[in-house]
Write a protein that binds this ligand. Structure first.
Ligand code: GN1
Ligand code: MG
Length: 344
């Protein structure tokens, strides 16, 4: 790929020369991400404004976190977007889509599948340290970048709504998954009880803590930096711990269609909770500590509901590469949830 993949205003804003080499990067479902090899290496991203309708809120939240971390934890590596000459982080292309650029953090790698307990422990320590270092920040200035993003109660309502509106051919195709999803509705009640109690602290959480959102140091294998900060906003710790559990405990990803390959790896689960609690335990209430086993179930359920709702709505949200992909993802997550329910 060459620089024609990027709008001219973006090239100009970040001083990218016309002969730079551009390659697609990563496996995210939402944005388009490119690695640009120019004088220095940059990660350039087109923000999906149909999903993130408030890109300025993302930039604002990230600035608040960056200032707090620079003042309180100056040695902590926090990824910050580059600015153009006028101090703008977001560069709007002619079609109205905002773009941004980050410096590439060299000598790091990402992993899509956890292969050892050590790796899971490291990742959990990395995400735990992130929330730990943000402990004490005034969350009132943060704006939700996606409203009610991890509100399980609301997601269940959205699933019901999608179900009520779906064409009969789709509800027939997804009948087994719909009925399994309904069987887990008791988790919504557990969630409501937990958050209603006021003993769960509103923190600044990452909200997308899958394993490939952490950069590992190539030399040490240690967690070096947390990436994908679009959903940095007020939330509960269960969102972050839960998504780590969801994405790490199984040896296969949410894309796996063969249910027999999905597994609950107990040693990985223990490594995650241990790594996270190592950083966070001292800041957690008794209610929060009791909620630890609920975290993974809650987040796996939320993803099952979201994938299934998207399938029923005709795949308007997640990128798909084949028609049944969201149904396969939902089935996968329901299987993982069934295993979690047995172990946790
Ligand atoms: C989406 O695009 P990506 O991979 O960063 C989604 C997450 C899901 C994830 C599932 C904004 O994240 O909530 O956990 O897909 N992000 C948004 O793969 O909806
Ligand atoms: Mg993301």
């Amino acid at each position: 790929m060459n620089t024609t993949a990027l709008p001219p205003v973006v090239l100009q804003a970040f001083g990218i020369s016309a002969n730079a080499v551009v390659n697609p990067l990563g496996s995210g479902h939402i944005h388009q991400t490119f690695l640009v090899d120019a004088n220095e290496k940059l990660v350039v991203q087109r923000i999906n404004k149909n999903v993130f309708t408030k890109p300025e809120a993302i930039a604002g939240n990230n600035r608040l976190a960056a200032h707090y971390l620079a003042a309180h934890h100056p040695a902590y590596l926090f990824l910050t977007a580059l600015c153009d000459g006028a101090g703008n982080e977001l560069i709007y292309a002619e079609d109205g889509f905002p773009w941004r650029a980050y410096p590439l953090i060299e000598n790091t790698f990402t992993v899509d599948f956890v292969t050892s307990s050590e790796q899971a422990h490291e990742a959990a320590k990395g995400f735990g340290l992130f929330t730990r270092n943000l402990h004490g920040i005034d969350s009132s200035g943060f704006v939700p970048t996606l409203d009610r993003f991890h509100d399980l109660h609301w997601r269940y309502e959205q699933f019901e709504h999608a179900l009520a509106q779906a064409p009969p051919a789709l509800t027939k195709q997804a009948a087994a998954e719909i009925s399994r999803a309904k069987e887990f509705q008791f988790l919504v009640n557990q969630y409501n009880e937990l958050v209603r109690g006021n003993s769960m602290m509103i923190r600044i959480t990452h909200n997308d803590t899958k394993i490939n959102n952490i950069l590992f140091d190539k030399n040490t294998g240690k967690a070096a930096c947390v990436i994908d900060l679009d959903t940095l906003m007020p939330g509960y710790f269960i969102y972050d711990l839960g998504d780590m559990v969801r994405t790490c405990v199984s040896p296969v990803s949410e894309e796996e269609a063969d249910l027999g390959r999905i597994d609950f790896r107990k040693e990985i689960y223990e490594a995650i909770t241990e790594g996270y609690l190592l950083q966070m335990k001292e800041f957690m209430s008794a209610t929060e500590l009791q909620a630890v086993p609920f975290a993974g179930k809650m987040m796996t359920y939320i993803m099952a509901l979201r994938f299934l709702a998207d399938y029923l709505r005709g795949n308007t949200y997640y990128t798909i590469h084949y028609p049944e992909q969201n149904l396969v993802r939902a089935r996968n997550q329901l299987q993982l949830l069934t295993l979690m329910q047995k172990y946790l």
